[in-house]
Design a protein around this ligand. Sequence first.
Ligand SMILES: Nc1ncnc2c1ncn2[C@@H]1O[C@H](COP(=O)(O)OP(=O)(O)OP(=O)(O)O)[C@@H](O)[C@H]1O
Ligand SMILES: [Mg+2]
Length: 254
Amino acid sequence: MMLLEGKNLSKRYRRSGQQTDALNGVDFTLAEGEILGIAGMSGSGKSTLLKIVSGLEKADSGELLFKGQPLPQKRTKDHYRAMQMIFQDAPSSFHPRRSIASSIRETVTALRGRQAQPDMEALSELVGLTPDLADRLPGALSGGQCQRFAIARAVAVKPEILLCDEITSALDVSTQAVILQLITRICRTGNMSALFVSHDLAVLSCVCDRIMIMNEGRVVEEGATRKIIEAPQEDYTRKLLSCVLEISNERDNA
Ligand SMILES: Nc1ncnc2c1ncn2[C@@H]1O[C@H](COP(=O)(O)OP(=O)(O)OP(=O)(O)O)[C@@H](O)[C@H]1O
Ligand SMILES: [Mg+2]
């Protein structure tokens, strides 16, 4: 049985007379312990898919199965706990006038109850930071440190799936590498799965078991990471790959 399965998911946005089919019949599966990468050009529907999985948005049609059971329209607290979103802009995902530790405690209480107390020392250690940093406000940390604590907050509620939306895009290359290693290690050792969105196939190739390519709300190609990177079948995927190569050449020449 798949941990998570999406069947024929569609989502249309309407705004000032215009309509956009953000998702147009998307099917996907996520196995237990698997990290599934999702790539595609801007506007291809990657964030929309993650929002629908997390429960932040509702699909117009289609079905999401979690451990073989359809996720209900109104999710339980336990469903929210099981699927944790991590965003690109980590600093703004924390309350600006509360310490990081207090924000993490609040999330844990909301999703796991009053009795559950996060072990801030262990959580800080897990993400490679000293616990005293958790007493700071988000504004007094670097973007990379905030992103580590955002990962710690997600892990603190004991989720089964991490939903990562461009979580390294705002970070410099060396910090990116640290975050990617962290996510991989957490998933492997904690037996967690992840949907990992990035427009950067080089980033995905570091962390993902499998990659799904999206274009205009549809899945155009899907397969093992190595196969997608080394032998892409679709022109669109080749174009995405060549963008990555151009950027890394520019970096090398800089
Ligand atoms: N709340 C909204 N209202 C109207 N249109 C929206 C809304 N959210 C997304 N869209 C549209 O749906 C399409 C898919 O958007 P989505 O954010 O999922 O793309 P994406 O693949 O995450 O892009 P990016 O790489 O730029 O983050 C886009 O055309 C976008 O403009
Ligand atoms: Mg997006």
